[in-house]
Structures are given as structure tokens and as C-alpha cells.
Design a protein around this ligand. Structure first.
Ligand SMILES: [Zn+2]
Length: 319
């Protein structure tokens, strides 16, 4: 908590600074071309002209369509039923699941300016993940922990920057991805379109595209303020564990398919107090949830419902 509070102060100062110069705290995230990946962008870096592409969800490709959500939900339910039949009983997640992590550091030329971040940022990132997923900054203990298996350094101009959905990205992952469905492969580097990161959702069959891509400078101590406390990884791994954005689906319907995250019409940025974009639904917007788009200093929790969803998906797809 101490760490987060200290960094929080810095984050608030940065936010105030942004407000003073009139910079809108808006951002857009994008879903990958396959419909199975979710990406996140720092809009401040895009400039006002290229801020969010509008309120029309389908044109803002970060959100899945209702059809895509329905398909994913049916698959999860089917898979869970099958597993229960095979095992004879609903399977409970072990008290703690430790996920092996392989970090692929992609650099253009081996310099920090071009992606070659130090080991210390990576070990600090793992530490942040272990605290955030244990509920150490607030919210629920997810039961997931992370163990750094290895750091893989690649000087690869052909893969740099990492472009969401590109052939080069597919080639990079095909060459580098290691382990089973339970192995978390993280790729860091400079990303296309000022994205902060993107991730694949779990699915029944493993392919080499599976994994999480994050902006290298979003790791703790990086330069991507106010997104440099390590919560881009927290957020993207949430997708990798089957969580949707808290604003998925807006105010209506099943939203993010989690009962205890209040409905939210659209992504929140910065750290807006008392935001309530679905006034006819219970609760204020879940701006402190890791699966919203607020500043790192503002997000500090997963809910019990999200934990249940991640646990079910782990058993169904990755265990
Ligand atoms: Zn996201």
C-alpha cells in the first residue's frame, strides 16, 4: 500500500499538470484484427485530433461486439460443463496458482531508447503483478501469482516496433513463444499507434499468437507516465485470464459478464471522482478497477466476481 500511495501522489501531480495544459484525459483502445485480442492506447500521445474515435462502440475496436461476447461465453460454459463431467465434480481452483512467465524483450538495436529495458524493470513488474493479483493494493486476492522463468532478449529491427495484428508480430511470436497454455509469454517493445498493450483471450486450442504485448516503458519506472507503474501488464494479463473491460457492453445487458462490477457506459481516463455513466444502474463507475482505462495510480482492484471468472477460465482453458 505504501508504494502505491507514494506513486499515487506522483500520478495525481501528473494529472493536475495535464489538466492545466488542457490536455483531455481521453484514450482509445483497440481490439486486434482477429477479434480475440484487446489493445490499449495512450491517447495523450496521439494528440487531440486522434483521440477516441467516437462513442460508436463498433468503430472503437477495443470493445467486442455482443455477438463476439455471446460466442465466448457459450464456449466457456460448454468447456466448464465438459470439464465437470470428465472430473465428476466442479473443479475448484487451487488456493494459489503460480503462472510461469517468459518475458521477451524486443529491441531495435540494444539501446534503452529502442526497447532494451533493464532486468530490474522486469523483476519490479513481476513484483507489482504479485502484489496487485494478491489484492495488496486493494480489492480481492485473485489467487494468481507470477514467477519469472526467463528473460529472452532479442535485437530484431524487423519486429520493431511491434505492430498489432501484423505479419511481423505473428512471425515474432511463432519464433519466440514458449511453454504450454499455462505459460504467460510477455513481449515488450515500442508499440504501433501509441498503444499501451494488447492481449489474447484464452481459448481451447493453443496457438503461437497467445500472449501479452506491452509497451516497454509502461513497466514500473518507465517513461510512459501516467501509465508507468506496471498496471498495463496487470490489465492485459486480466484479458489473458478472460476478463473484459469494465465498460464492455455499456449500460445494458450483461456488460463485462461480472455481477459485482457496476455497469459503465464508456472507458474512464485519468481518475474522475464520482463518475456515474449508467445512472439507472446501481453503483458508481468502477474507475479503480484494473480493467478500466484510468491512470495506473487510480486503478488498484479486481473484484470477487472477476476472480471467479478468471478462476473458471483458468480451469477451462489454461490449467
Ligand atoms: Zn484492455
Amino acid at each position: 500500500m505504501t508504494l502505491r500511495r507514494t506513486l499515487s501522489t506522483v500520478g495525481v501531480a501528473a494529472l493536475l499538470g495535464a489538466a492545466l495544459v488542457g490536455s483531455p484525459a481521453a484514450a482509445s483502445f483497440a481490439v486486434g484484427t482477429g477479434g480475440d485480442a484487446v489493445a490499449c492506447v495512450d491517447p495523450a500521445a496521439l494528440g487531440a485530433a486522434k483521440a477516441r474515435p467516437g462513442a460508436t462502440a463498433k468503430h472503437d475496436p477495443n470493445e467486442l461486439t455482443a455477438t463476439e461476447v455471446a460466442k465466448r461465453e457459450k464456449d466457456l460454459a460448454d468447456r466448464t460443463r465438459l470439464n465437470n463431467k470428465l472430473s465428476g465434480a466442479p473443479s475448484a481452483l487451487a488456493a494459489t496458482v503460480t503462472i510461469e512467465v517468459v518475458v521477451h524483450v524486443i529491441s531495435e538495436d540494444g539501446t534503452r531508447a529502442n526497447g532494451s529495458i533493464p532486468d530490474s524493470m522486469i523483476t519490479n513488474q513481476i513484483s507489482i503483478l504479485n502484489t496487485s493479483y494478491a489484492g495488496g493494493f486493494g480489492g480481492a486476492n485473485t489467487g494468481f501469482q507470477f514467477h519469472l522463468q526467463s528473460i529472452d532478449r532479442q535485437i530484431a529491427p524487423a519486429w520493431y516496433p511491434i505492430v498489432d495484428g501484423s505479419t511481423a508480430e505473428k512471425q515474432m511470436k511463432a519464433a519466440l513463444r514458449t511453454g504450454t497454455k499455462a505459460t504467460l509469454n510477455i513481449y515488450t517493445g515500442l508499440l504501433s499507434n501509441n498503444l499501451l498493450g494488447w492481449a489474447t483471450f484464452p481459448k481451447t486450442t493453443l496457438d503461437t499468437y497467445d500472449g501479452v504485448v506491452i509497451l516497454a516503458e509502461s513497466l514500473p519506472g518507465g517513461t510512459a507516465s501516467p501509465y508507468n507503474l506496471g498496471d498495463t501488464a496487470t490489465h492485459e494479463i486480466g484479458h489473458w485470464l478472460n476478463l473484459y473491460h469494465t465498460f464492455q457492453g455499456g449500460c445494458n445487458g450483461g456488460g463485462d459478464q461480472v455481477a459485482d462490477t457496476p455497469a459503465e457506459k464508456s472507458a474512464a481516463f485519468g481518475c474522475p471522482a464520482n463518475r456515474d455513466t449508467c445512472p439507472s444502474k446501481a453503483g458508481l463507475d468502477p474507475i479503480h478497477n484494473y480493467m478500466d482505462y484510468t491512470d495506473d495510480s487510480c486503478m488498484y482492484e479486481f473484484t470477487a466476481g472477476q476472480v471467479a471468472r478468471m478462476s473458471a477460465a483458468w480451469t477451462a482453458y489454461r490449467a
